[in-house]
Design a protein around this ligand. Sequence first.
Ligand SMILES: *Cc1c(COP(=O)(O)O)cnc(C)c1O
Length: 365
Amino acid sequence: MIPLSKVVVDEQTEALVLQTLRSGQLAQGPMVERFEQHCRQMAGTEFAVAVNNGTTALELALKVANIGPGDEVITSPFTFAATVNAIIHSGATAVFADIDEDFTIDPSLVDAQRGSATRAIMPVHLYGLPADMTTLDALAQQHDLRIIEDAAQAHGATINGQPVGGSDLATFSFYATKNLATGEGGVVTTNSQADNDRMRVVRNQGMRARYQYEEPGHNLRMMDLVAALAISQFEQRATMEALRRRNAAALTEGLSGIAGLALPFEPPGRVSVWHQYTVRITDESPHHRDAVMSQLQAAGVGCGVYYPYAAYDYDCYRSHPQVRWQPCPVAERAAAQVLSIPVHQHLSETDLDVIVTSLRRILLG
Ligand SMILES: *Cc1c(COP(=O)(O)O)cnc(C)c1O
């Protein structure tokens, strides 16, 4: 089976993890500082606050933005549940604006959903492709809104040459299947000194110095042992991105020209880091997405649906008092049509050939 994602721990990582183990410093310490330094570099920001996962990173960002009950946060309905959960746990109301054909939130529909309670926009850089931050930044500026980028899937993706994560607040995940993976892990990036300062305090029980509590905080700390897992990956990020880009190009070349198969694309200026390569089996295809998925799996090609439903199609969100939604037809269509196939950096030429040949055979045969 060609897996959809693969974790490979190199020797440099093994050595650094062992060194960390032997140092006796398991909890947050110097390795987390190194991790944060790499995150600042990746996002081009002045500050980065490491936390224990990508969901708590979102929660911390919402907290430091002072978003709570009565406030509205506009986000995409076509995302992982963590995006919506974080908003709900902050006490705010999640408001959905539909996506565009590129799978990211449509700025004009964000504007249409904007109201007097709107405090923030939470765009999701889905599959590694940045949302249209140029337009969203301008909208936020004009209406005095905060931006919290959910960049869980988009480490190092760029817009007009600028890395994602520098608009205002942004969060990244280091879950095992992400482009940079430590099993669990997260970070919030920002250029605000005040936000950075407060997030460091909140992360550590609200403590500035030992037993000096400034506010009721949390324990969101990352382990040094976990941070050590990421260092070599940061150092090899350019290679990883180049390989994913090469693989995406190979898939696009091999799969073009099939009726009813729509391939992913990068709008001008927005460069994907190809977390997923996601095709759509459109209405013009004689095949149904779910059938294509099982046939592809039977052919030994790992694949998956991210995500099978718009967020508001789940009862727990649809009927939630902190969710405001109206139908988002583009997201619903995407949910019915998308299929992600392997694009990661560990694919061989043979793997790529098997993926292309199998999918072509299923769709054309
Ligand atoms: C993975 C992911 C998260 C959550 O990150 P965890 O580290 O798993 O908590 C949030 N948003 C999106 C879009 C994700 O893909």
